[in-house]
Design a binder for this molecule. Structure first.
Ligand code: 4NP
Length: 159
């Protein structure tokens, strides 16, 4: 079992989108029984809420339903439970490191590391921008999700 957690600030825009995209990709490869996939927010002002409607709509346009996800806050125990803890931006990364149990720091990575052909190193927060920001975020997340699955298959599934 490979455990993957996506983390952003609010857990209503970027990380639930990444969860939905990665889940779809894993299902397309019929690998869902090998994965546990979740998302959380470092601050989570929206605990218990569904994803932002703009994020839901952008996902629906690509055949992904994230409507049943609910916001939750990331806790230190998540870093013990998950093999990959993927931060959307550097602020998320630093906030995770602050609560990281000693010795587990390498589990925390910037998600865009897995899309090395892209110039962006962070997934920008689309919350305060226009609707187009959500499509751009999805493009980035789709690339990084593919890179992440490739890496996990190489490193852990030997497939
Ligand atoms: P997310 O976006 O971190 O991608 O879920 C945000 C959602 C809500 C807020 C900020 C960012 N907020 O300030 O409420």
């Amino acid at each position: 079992m490979v455990r993957v957690l996506f983390v952003c600030l609010g857990n209503i825009c970027r990380s639930p989108t990444a969860e939905g995209v990665f889940r779809k990709l894993v299902c397309e490869h019929k690998l869902e029984h090998q994965f546990e996939i979740d998302s959380a927010g470092t601050h989570a002002y929206h605990i218990g809420e569904p994803p932002d409607e703009r994020a839901q709509a952008a996902c629906v346009r690509r055949g992904i339903d994230i409507s049943r996800l609910r916001g939750r806050r990331a806790v230190a125990g998540d870093i013990e439970s998950f093999d990959y803890v993927l931060a959307m931006d550097r602020e998320n990364y630093e906030n995770l490191l602050e609560v990281c149990p000693s010795g587990l720091e390498t589990r925390i990575r910037l998600f865009m590391e897995f899309a090395p052909s892209r110039p962006e190193q962070e997934v920008p927060d689309p919350y305060f921008g226009g609707a187009g920001g959500f499509d751009r975020v999805l493009d980035m997340i789709e690339d990084a999700a593919q890179g992440l699955l490739d890496e996990i298959r190489r490193a852990r599934l030997r497939a």
